[in-house]
Design a protein around this ligand. Structure first.
Ligand code: XMP
Length: 517
């Protein structure tokens, strides 16, 4: 396995995902991790990530000395290479020649890391690589024992190697897809240089998780809050495989779900998969709690607290339950435990509702704790969950509660559900669903005038939103075809009585958020 030390690069998790894709288990620790923890992890190799700081300043992070004393291969990427070079006796300077984006590097001589990996061959017979660079500083003097293995126009020292100690440094980012041979270079490092075996596959993960769950919970009962989202669904199926009847899921139908969603969840999990699911029909309670409430944050709080209260009531009824299962995934762990150095300049804001009461006297079982989202999806598919469920767009915890602006009313929710279902159905039909990251309808409780036949209408407005994004922190509105938008507008106005106007949201994030509340 591989240990990644995080210096705050926005790409650190990407490095980890690439290594996992190669089939090798890895974890991310802060660059400030204690020497003992690094040693105890017993890695076959260490990767030092990039980072936003400069090693030319003295207060900036350095790799713990132990990294260079364990006798295992080390790969420094960008800042990771610079700090390695500086710590081992080389020299780094800030350069006015910043390099950002595409660059071509030339491989020098034979290094185990880069040999026979190239995109082109130069007329003189050197290997050339198309890579992604993003740096201001550069290494200007090699540490003793190191050789130059690559250079570019902006970085005469773009790759370094100490073949005896198996220390390597790359100025470019092999983890991003713009570095075309990046995957092969990382594979070369982890499989050949570090000698790891590619055993981290979905079927192995499933097998090991099932065993781990059985060992952990024994013959005790487990309770799980099932939402129908990817993470809790995968947990449900995995636990069902591991412990069968010892698992009880609680599915709270808030009345703020999409069209037929409650029935679909029950059909899938209870009927098709034979999992014990308690459906709590709580629409009335939610509507009562939300009556007269307009403020978005207050609505979120009410919805979240009510979920906890209902889950608590159900858990109390299941007096034999000793374990609470949760769909926590690795990025949650990294963010909340501060495993990451916290030096990344972009910080994701967390707004998950459905946090469970801390006074519940249940032990936690979190089988996805070590997995990235893409790994959870692969597991779900391997476990037999349908692809459209695994690749469904994200749906916020408060559901339609934040897509009905202002006060939530049943009538509004019903209109919104119909409009939303038409939009999503057409996205699938036109093969646009997978081209956008998230798409939904929003209910605007304002009335506008229209005509229909000879009659005048005075009805509500629906806004349609579709965005493209990688990380949901920034997003652009999807440039859906006009003919498609025209079809959506006509269908909604014709088929949803009570709606007389449809608008398309053309706001990017920032400054607008993806949801309207
Ligand atoms: P915003 O609106 O902040 O949304 O641009 C970014 C992503 O987060 C989702 N979102 C939520 N998810 N509880 C959730 O579980 C919430 O309160 C919440 N608010 C927004 C949103 O759907 C989008 O994917």
């Amino acid at each position: 396995k591989i240990l990644i030390l995080d210096f705050g690069s926005q790409y650190t998790q990407l490095i980890a995902r690439r290594i996992r894709e190669i089939g090798v288990y890895c974890e991310i620790y802060s660059c400030e991790a204690a020497a003992a923890d690094i040693k105890n992890f017993a890695a076959n190799g260490i990767i030092l990530s990039g980072g936003p700081e400069t090693v030319t300043a003295s207060h900036t992070p350095r790799a713990p000395q132990i990294v260079f004393e364990l006798g295992i291969p080390v790969l420094g990427i960008c800042y990771g290479m610079q700090t390695m070079a500086e710590q081992l006796g080389g020299k780094v300077e800030s350069s006015c020649h910043r390099e950002f984006g595409y660059a071509q590097i030339r491989a020098h001589g034979h290094s185990q890391l880069l040999i026979n990996i190239e995109d082109h061959t130069s007329p003189e017979g050197y290997g050339l690589l198309d890579v992604w660079m993003s740096h201001g500083d550069r290494v200007v003097e090699l540490p003793t024992g190191f050789k130059l293995i690559a250079s570019s126009g902006g970085a005469p020292i773009a790759g370094i190697a100490d073949a005896d100690r198996h220390f390597y440094g790359l100025q470019f980012h092999p983890e991003v897809t713009h570095s075309k041979q990046g995957g092969r270079i990382l594979s070369r490092f982890v499989l050949e240089i570090c000698g790891c075996q590619a055993l981290w596959t979905s079927s192995n993960i499933i097998g090991e998780s099932i065993q781990a769950v059985r060992d952990k919970v024994g013959n005790e009962e487990v309770i799980l809050g099932l939402s129908g989202g990817v993470d809790s669904s995968v947990v449900a199926v995995l636990l069902h495989k591991a412990i069968g009847e010892q698992l009880t899921c609680v599915f709270v139908d808030t009345g703020l779900l999409r069209l037929n969603e409650g029935d679909q969840v029950m059909a899938m999990f209870a009927e098709h998969l034979g999992i014990k699911v308690i459906r709590v029909n709580a629409e009335q309670r939610y509507l009562a709690a939300l009556a007269g409430v307009n403020d978005p944050e207050q609505k979120r709080k009410i919805i979240g607290n009510l979920f906890v209260a209902i889950f608590d009531e159900e858990a109390a009824r299941l007096s034999d339950a000793r374990w609470l299962a949760q769909g926590t995934i690795y990025p949650d762990v990294i963010e909340s435990a501060g495993a990451s150095s916290g030096k990344a300049h972009l910080i994701k804001s967390h707004h998950n509702v459905g946090g469970l009461p801390e006074n519940m006297k249940l032990k936690l079982v979190e089988p996805l704790r070590e997995l990235f989202k893409d790994e959870v999806r692969k597991l779900g598919l391997e476990l037999g969950l349908p692809a459209d469920m695994i690749f469904r767009h994200p749906f916020p915890g408060p559901g339609l509660g934040v897509r009905i602006l202002g006060e939530v009313k049943k009538h509004y929710a019903d209109l919104l559900r119909q409009a939303d279902a038409i939009f999503i159905e057409e996205l699938y039909r036109h093969e646009l669903y997978d081209k956008v990251s998230q798409a939904f309808a929003v209910f605007l409780p304002v009335k506008s005038v229209g005509v229909m036949g000879d009659g005048r209408r005075y009805d509500y407005v629906i806004a349609i939103r579709a965005v493209e994004t990688i990380d949901f922190m920034t997003a652009r509105w999807a440039h859906l075809p006009y003919e498609f938008l025209d079809l959506i507008s006509r269908r909604i106005i014709n088929e949803v009585p009570g709606i007389s106007r449809v608008t398309y949201d053309i706001s990017g994030k920032p400054p607008a958020t993806i949801e309207w509340e």
